[in-house]
Design a protein around this ligand. Structure first.
Ligand SMILES: [Zn+2]
Length: 172
């Protein structure tokens, strides 16, 4: 078990665009997925993208069930995910392990169709809706260097980012 440090805004590594995983069957990828899962459950959070621990590869993990229901884990691993369809609109209050303590209502697609690979390199495609669809859009934005606070209205976003920069400076 290896819990990694989760980078926080405005760490520039969070803005990196992650590259696709070529070698799906590698030991390094298995280790990365294990570290992501350990770090997500430890935080705790419902999702974590590799970019958030400073690894610019298109890998993310989610578990949108274990906190709400019986505590049983339902870890999902997404390798090279690609959203190929978005439909409708849904608003959920979002937070992010990389922007701790900040929560806002964010508008995203209500339904998505996703293509991804599993740990064995098999290709999958499926539709998702509701909270899971929102969580996946949030995580995969990280792989493109985007954060949920980038989706706020411009003025709100400017004030918030200013405040977060100041906070970070004071911590250093
Ligand atoms: Zn996040």
């Amino acid at each position: 078990m290896s819990v990694r440090e989760i980078l926080t805004y405005p760490d520039p590594a969070l803005r990196e665009i992650a590259r696709p995983v070529d070698d799906v069957n590698s030991e390094a990828l298995k280790q990365l997925v294990q570290d992501l899962a350990d770090s997500m459950y430890d935080a705790p959070g419902v999702g974590l993208a590799a970019t958030q621990i400073g690894v610019p590869l298109r890998v993310a993990v989610t578990d949108t069930r274990w906190r709400e229901e019986d505590g049983e884990r339902d870890l999902k691993v997404w390798i090279n995910p690609e959203i190929i369809r978005r439909a409708g609109e849904a608003i959920y209050e979002e937070g992010c392990l990389s922007v701790p303590g900040i929560y806002y209502d964010i508008k995203r697609a209500a339904e998505i169709t996703l293509r991804w690979q599993d740990m064995e390199g098999n290709h999958h495609s499926a539709d998702f809706e509701g909270f899971q669809a929102v969580a996946l859009q949030h995580e995969f934005d990280h792989l493109d260097g985007k954060l949920f606070i980038d989706l706020l209205p411009p003025i709100k976003q400017k004030l918030l980012k200013k405040r977060l920069h100041k906070q970070k400076k004071m911590q250093e």
